[in-house]
Design a protein around this ligand. Structure first.
Ligand SMILES: Nc1nc2c(ncn2[C@@H]2O[C@H](COP(=O)(O)OP(=O)(O)OP(=O)(O)O)[C@@H](O)[C@H]2O)c(=O)[nH]1
Ligand SMILES: [Mg+2]
Length: 631
């Protein structure tokens, strides 16, 4: 069977709940207060199989004070029954609810003229004309008007047929993709714990799934599922579900929050949108406060109109704008939200999200407007490129492809392949960046290295981390991409230190002679190496130059630093060979103590200890107590 969520809509007292009861046998008004006052206050739920369709009915209140609840219900419906009482005709909330359905983009539905038993033929004809005028040019323009009476049962079979027709036309919701369930009720059930209900607007949730509640970010696990009071193994898009959640208390979840897959939706305080003001609304000023309804949530926000100088949105206009949310919202690109005035809280329009997490840079400038215009005309992949471009060399975290640009999770890999192939985006580890930004950073890095080579010709290059810091603390993944780009074209030598290809530490004139003299001095000194002062005295090289050339020789591994000693590598090689010879002289383990070592090489303890420790490190000797054994 096909699943269909059918919502009621219409003015107070027009017989919405009575009709749902007549169709399903289930009274959607459950609350004591609803019974006492004879009106619907909260969303009501019922279900029935019509033909081969399982219809989940969401019954909304018609009272003008409860439009908020109506909106929470309307967000998840596939098909609307617009209800008009035959004895009253089209009334204010008939219009408002109908506006909301239209603005939300509900695609299927029908009109029901209820209380047919209370109006004569002529009155009903007038009401039909009113209805025709209301729905002209809309998705309901050619929908049937079914006349019913919950009292006499008249027209109920016609209604079932019309519902079945509408069901066949209604699009099914995407079962693939990430699950998203705006929560409309939270309660605790004995023996189960926390239960939330709502309509799954996309994806599939199996038992055992780990999800997240947003915006709070609490991690939860699905312990059990019910659809229309029956246990289920999984629920899919288009079904109303009760979800038993582990890992969270009833007090920690509330209506308006969203149950979703981790990393599929973002939490935001800012959203760039295309805003549409209803023809009947009052002009909306730049900076005006509005109520934003998304899913089951209501948030307060201020409207910033994009572009310089536009201070007002006129009725019937569509403009690009930014919503600055006063509390965190759960939004993704493509979401449709309803806007109501702050006071009185009438429905004034709707908005489609273009970027749910824009940077703080404003939208009042020409550049800000141009960016929104681009986001407006592009598909998700195109929008992703704009978002990546805007991040510059900082790049965009790859998960934002879904969270921000709205590329479905299972299409991200293919989309990025395509964008990379076309040279629009580069994947740098966990980030996305434009080739242009990588190039910019590459040029910067090259300039930086060239400068450094000029200032320190004796240095073999700039240490990696230092280079990264000097590029403004570039993200590690992007830094690696920049290096890779330069290496690929042979412009950079990669290593612990970075250098421009072709950079040679070459000493000329005085410096070259100093280097040779110092090296020769150390070579001659053998194992008992001189201190800096005697190097100066022995070579005649100035102190500062000695320091530079020594550092260079150490870096080139011609000289080796052993604690406080500096020893020529030839001397160390000779020492190792001597040790090997010593071992070869006699069979069995050869012991060597500090005194013997000192004597053999005619040196003091100051030299013997670092040299023996060096031999230990090189695994020529092994320390046993105070002595060594040759290995
Ligand atoms: N005569 C007659 N009365 C009806 C019919 N349908 C509903 N009523 C009565 O109209 C009143 C309002 O009906 P509800 O179904 O509660 O109206 P509603 O549209 O759900 O009202 P709200 O949810 O508060 O917006 C009740 O007293 C019903 O008994 C009908 O077909 N004929
Ligand atoms: Mg009702």
């Amino acid at each position: 069977v096909k699943d269909l969520v059918v919502g009621t809509s219409g003015h107070i007292d027009h017989g919405k709940s009575a009709l749902v009861l007549a169709l399903t046998g289930i009274d959607p008004d459950r609350l004591k207060e609803e019974k006492a006052r004879g009106i619907t206050i909260e969303l009501g739920f019922a279900h029935a199989v019509v033909d081969d369709t399982m219809c989940a009915f969401v019954d909304v209140p018609g009272h003008e004070r409860f439009v908020r609840a109506m909106l929470a219900g309307a967000g998840g419906i596939d098909c609307v029954m617009l209800i008009v009482a035959a004895d009253e005709g089209v009334m204010p909330q008939t219009r408002e609810h109908f506006d909301i359905c239209r603005l939300l983009g509900v695609k299927a539905g029908l009109v029901v003229m209820t209380k047919a038993d209370l109006a004569d033929e002529a009155t009903r004809e007038v009401v039909k004309l009113e209805i025709a005028e209301l729905v002209a040019g809309s998705f309901l323009a050619s929908a049937p008007i079914v006349e019913t009476s919950a009292r006499t049962g008249e027209g109920l079979d016609d209604l079932r047929r019309a519902l079945s027709d509408a069901a066949s036309r209604a699009a099914t919701r995407p079962r693939g993709g990430a699950p998203r369930l705006p929560i409309d009720r939270v309660f605790s059930m004995r023996g189960f714990g926390t239960v939330v209900t709502g309509t799954l607007v996309s994806g599939t949730i199996p038992i055992g799934e780990e999800l997240v509640v947003l915006p709070s970010g609490r991690l939860v696990k699905v312990r059990g599922l019910q659809v229309h009071g029956q246990p289920a193994q999984e629920v899919h898009a288009g079904q109303r579900a009760a979800v038993n959640l582990g890992g969270v208390e009833v007090s920690e979840v509330s209506r308006g929050e969203t149950l979703a897959a981790a990393r599929s939706l973002g939490v935001t305080r800012r959203a760039d949108v295309e805003l549409e003001l209803l023809p009947g609304a009052r002009p909306l000023r730049h900076g005006a406060r509005v109520r934003v309804h998304q899913g089951t949530a209501e948030l307060l926000a201020r409207v910033s109109i994009a572009g310089a100088g536009t201070n007002e949105i006129l009725p019937g206009d569509k403009v690009l704008a930014r919503l600055r949310l006063e509390s965190p919202g759960v939004l993704t690109r493509g979401d449709r939200v309803i806007l109501r005035a702050y006071s009185p809280p009438q429905t004034v329009g709707a908005a489609t999200v273009l970027d749910p997490a824009p940077l703080a840079a404003g939208v009042r400038s020409a550049a800000g407007l141009a960016r929104l215009e681009a986001l407006h005309t592009l598909d998700a992949a195109g929008a992703l490129v704009v978002m990546v471009e805007q991040q510059g060399v900082k790049g965009l975290v790859a998960s934002d492809a879904t969270v921000r640009a709205g590329v479905p999770q299972d299409e991200v890999a293919a989309t990025l392949d395509r964008l990379e192939e076309r040279g629009l985006v580069v994947r740098a580890g966990h980030r996305l960046v434009t080739p242009k930004a990588v190039e910019g950073a590459a040029t910067q890095l090259t300039t930086l290295l060239e400068q450094s080579h000029r200032h320190e010709p004796l240095s073999e290059g700039v240490p990696r981390e230092e280079a990264r810091a000097r590029l403004g603390g570039l993200d590690r993944d992007i830094f690696e991409a920049v290096i890779a780009a330069l290496v690929r074209r042979g412009a950079l030598v990669d290593g612990e230190r970075l250098a421009v290809a072709g950079h040679r530490v070459e000493l000329v004139g005085e410096d070259a002679r100093a280097l040779a003299a110092v090296e020769q001095f150390y070579r001659d000194a053998g194992l008992t190496t001189p201190d800096a002062a005697s190097v100066g005295a022995g070579t005649g090289v100035p102190r500062a130059t000695i320091a530079t050339v020594t550092t260079l020789l150490v870096r080139k591994k011609v000289l080796v630093k052993l604690d406080t000693l500096i020893v020529h590598r030839d001397a160390l090689d000779r020492l190792k060979r001597d040790m090997a010879a010593l071992k070869a002289e006699q069979p069995g383990p050869v012991r060597l103590d500090v005194a013997t070592f000192k004597e053999r090489y005619a040196m003091s303890r100051k030299f013997a200890i670092p040299l023996l420790e060096y031999l230990d490190r090189e695994r020529v000797t092994r320390r046993v107590g105070d002595a060594r054994v040759l290995i």
